[in-house]
Design a protein around this ligand. Structure first.
Ligand code: ARG
Length: 463
């Protein structure tokens, strides 16, 4: 855009002179909110179409404005538009350019609206589309996780509580746990759509407008379900921003937890998964190293998302109604959180395609730590009609015995077992078999092979 002396600041008649350079720099958001140009232009087009329909502007003016706006959109998308910092934000930059293209009649565009409703209209449209993009990306991760799970139904590993061997599980069951986390993320993002579907346009600065506008019409044009109810609340409300930032935070937290887990599993101490060369990096001094940097990146990034959520919560804390400049930072925060999550989701999908279980080591680890102890206690309850607490004590005694003899449970002889429970027969030995242990957990949601297969099929059908 050429610098134009005839195109001064909108408020130049009232406010004399140029503000300080520092104030201009701090108050200016064009570098951030130019990302909203498409939403801003479609919002403006819907607005002038409505103004014409309501006989507030003429057919000729409406067409002129729409012609100018379409031209501006092309200029911006072809990178031929010169954003001018003097004009503060995307709304004023576009309006000023419209004056240059169509002249004085451009001034009709701001009838019955304010930047206060304009900016949140743009922003809601943007966040809605970002939300749908994120849901699609999470879907891809669900597909990759299900694929990996399908290959590992019979891969047995220890399940942990407190990072100590707890009970044997299938790796597929573990991976399907991630699927549940991501499915909840999708649901969380979807739930946000309800609030995003309320149209702010037309509430103007804060009190509505004396023009006979039709907010249902612009709602329909812009893909909103209905107009917002209260003009004051509308220009002050950034709950939809918090919803988005919270959903991003929870999703990043899930990714961070999984990343940490995979880092532990890949450590030399555990060594139960391998990472392909695509997702590791080397060390500048230690030639042997293959470090899980990408997973560490994912683990750390959740901190940035939480920070952004807290920034926004803090900006809103104690802020009276209605619009204040404090709110302007909402866009930078959201864009950063969004870009961050998109990167994390893409990386995580790559990671899922580049990890492989070290099945032998998984089984070895699962065979340690008396992992079938609960199976033995359950067996005693079922076969000798004793209460679970009694069975728990007997099993503890058997474990003490095994520990004393430096044996695993499946290495104890029947004679040794009978010292604790004389009624035991050969049959008990089957409870120490890890496959039997995994497959016995047939309760809904448990790790039995059939359960896992059913869940995998359920998710495959959903896609
Ligand atoms: N750039 C501003 C923002 O993002 C637009 C709204 C400006 N409104 C105002 N009254 N200064 O918040």
């Amino acid at each position: 855009m050429t610098k134009n002396k005839n195109n001064p600041a909108i408020w130049s008649t009232r406010i004399k002179g140029n503000g300080s350079i520092l104030f201009q720099r701090v108050g200016n958001s064009i570098d951030i909110d130019k990302r909203l140009y498409k939403e801003d232009i479609s919002g403006s087009i819907a607005h002038v179409e409505m103004l014409f329909k309501q006989k507030i502007i003429s057919f000729k003016i409406k067409n002129k404005i729409i012609y100018g706006l379409n031209k501006i959109e092309k200029e911006i998308s072809k990178k031929k538009f010169e954003f001018d910092k003097k004009y503060e934000d995307i709304h004023i930059n576009i309006e000023k350019r419209l004056f240059q293209i169509i002249g004085e009649e451009a001034g009709y565009i701001h009838t019955a609206r304010s930047r206060n409703d304009q900016v949140i209209t743009d922003f809601k449209i943007w966040i809605k589309s970002a939300t749908l993009d994120i849901i699609n990306m999470i879907d891809k991760i669900v597909i990759s996780s299900v694929k990996l799970a399908e290959k590992n139904i019979y891969t047995i590993m220890p399940g942990f509580t407190h990072l100590k061997n707890a009970q044997a599980i299938s790796l597929a069951h573990y991976l399907m746990a991630y699927v549940e986390m991501f499915e909840r993320d999708k649901k969380r993002f979807k739930n946000n759509l309800d609030n995003l579907d309320e149209n702010p346009l037309g509430v103007a600065a804060l009190s509505g407008t004396s023009f006979n506008i039709d907010r249902n019409y612009t709602s329909k044009k812009l893909g909103f379900k209905k107009p917002t109810n209260n003009s004051i609340d509308t220009v002050s409300d950034r709950d939809f921003v918090l919803d988005f930032l919270f959903s991003v935070s929870v999703c990043s937290m899930h990714i961070s937890r999984i990343a940490e887990e995979l880092i532990i599993w890949n450590s030399d101490a555990y060594n139960i998964i391998n990472l392909s060369d695509k997702i590791v990096t080397g060390s500048s001094i230690m030639p042997q190293k293959k470090n899980p940097d990408l997973l560490e990146f994912l683990r750390g990034k959740s901190g940035i998302s939480y920070g952004n959520l807290f920034s926004m919560l803090t900006i809103l804390k104690g802020l009276p109604l209605s619009y204040f400049k404090d709110l302007q930072d909402d866009k930078e925060i959201v864009f950063k959180s969004n870009d961050n999550l998109i990167d994390c989701l893409k990386i995580f999908d790559e990671i899922l395609k580049n990890i492989s279980p070290n099945k032998k080591r998984m089984l070895e680890l699962a065979n340690s730590g008396y992992i079938t102890a609960t199976d033995l206690a359950d067996y005693l309850v079922k076969n000798y009609s004793i209460p679970f607490r009694k069975a728990y004590q007997k099993t503890s005694s058997i474990i003490n015995l095994a520990e004393k003899k430096k044996k695993r449970l499946d290495e104890l002889t029947l004679v040794e077992l009978k010292i604790i429970e004389p009624r035991l027969t050969e049959e008990v030995l089957k409870v120490f078999d890890l496959k039997n242990s995994v497959n016995s957990k047939k309760s809904f949601g448990g790790t039995s092979f059939d359960n896992i297969k059913k869940m995998i099929n359920k998710y495959k059908k959903k896609k």
